[in-house]
Design a protein. Structure first.
Length: 285
């Protein structure tokens, strides 16, 4: 996984690019009608139910736009919220507050939606050994925020990108000439380039599970698009050799059944690609 320093750099880049995209040469709506010296105060109003996420990110945005803005946090990330709750107050230069408003709302609405969905999936896995993972099926340019939201919701992060873990999927295996060749070539490449990366290998059927088990150095086996019966067989075959992960179209109706097959992890792209934004507003006081 990427380091905290690297993750923070990704978040900073999101803020820099988003303000560039939204503000450009200037917020002329505010510049035209609000005096440069005017001060004001606003509240982040919750108009929905779910898990709040993005408060810490909002603080970073306000600080980037204007370090003199003051934020009074009432509700931290991960807090269950309902209509009428106030997450925080921000006060200071009125133009600065308005300049940051849209980025704060866009990010927090989406992050809260992801945290809410993740938390729901986590509750469906209660009393099992299985943990929920996100995927790389994220909004381009916003991955750091979306994976951050998964953590806030109680889930765990899969690899961040292509560079922090090796994941040999069906196309890699087919292009490499089979599972054994793909794994052996990967281990040699990592050794030759002094890379310490974990290896995950995808299996499409029980025969591929058996072939993976004949190799060494595999951290986790991805049991992809298996039915319940074959998933249970795969888990039994794998035993304690390595970790197990189920994936492939798993949703809230099926996730519990897959967890009860005994897998260590279930990955779901739906955590980040199929959510409805939580309704939040920044209202001047």
């Amino acid at each position: 996984m990427i380091s905290e320093t690297q993750f923070n750099k990704e978040v900073d880049l999101i803020i820099i690019n988003a303000i560039r995209e939204d503000v450009g040469d200037g917020d002329y709506s505010s510049l035209a009608c609000i005096p440069e010296s005017a001060n004001g105060k606003a509240k982040l109003l919750v108009k929905d139910e779910g898990i709040l996420a993005g408060v810490s990110f909002a603080k970073k945005v306000f600080n980037y736009v204007d370090p003199n803005l003051s934020i009074e946090v009432l509700l931290e990330d991960g807090t269950p919220v309902r209509h009428g709750d106030i997450a925080f107050y921000v006060s200071g230069n009125s133009q600065s507050i308005l300049k940051a408003e849209r980025l704060v709302l866009n990010a927090m609405q989406r992050m809260s939606a992801i945290a809410t969905k993740t938390n729901y999936f986590v509750t469906l896995l209660e009393d099992t050994q299985t943990k929920i993972l996100d995927t790389r099926k994220t909004t381009p340019g916003l991955r750091a925020l979306e994976k951050w939201a998964v953590k806030i919701g109680g889930g765990e992060n899969h690899r961040f990108a292509l560079y922090d873990m090796v994941m040999l999927k069906d196309n890699h295996i087919d292009f490499a000439g089979g599972i054994t060749k793909a794994v052996e070539k990967t281990k040699k490449y990592l050794a030759d380039h002094n890379l310490n990366l974990k290896i995950i290998v995808e299996a499409r059927n029980l025969d591929e599970i058996k072939e993976i088990l004949q190799t060494s150095g595999v951290y986790r086996i991805l049991i992809d698009n298996f039915n319940y019966e074959d998933t249970r067989k795969a888990v039994k075959l794998i035993g304690d050799t390595c970790l197990t992960e189920s994936s492939g179209g798993i949703n809230e109706k099926t996730i519990r059944n897959y967890a009860e097959c005994g897998v260590d992890y279930i990955s779901s792209g739906a955590l980040t690609h199929s959510v409805y934004n939580l309704d939040l507003s920044l209202k001047a006081i």
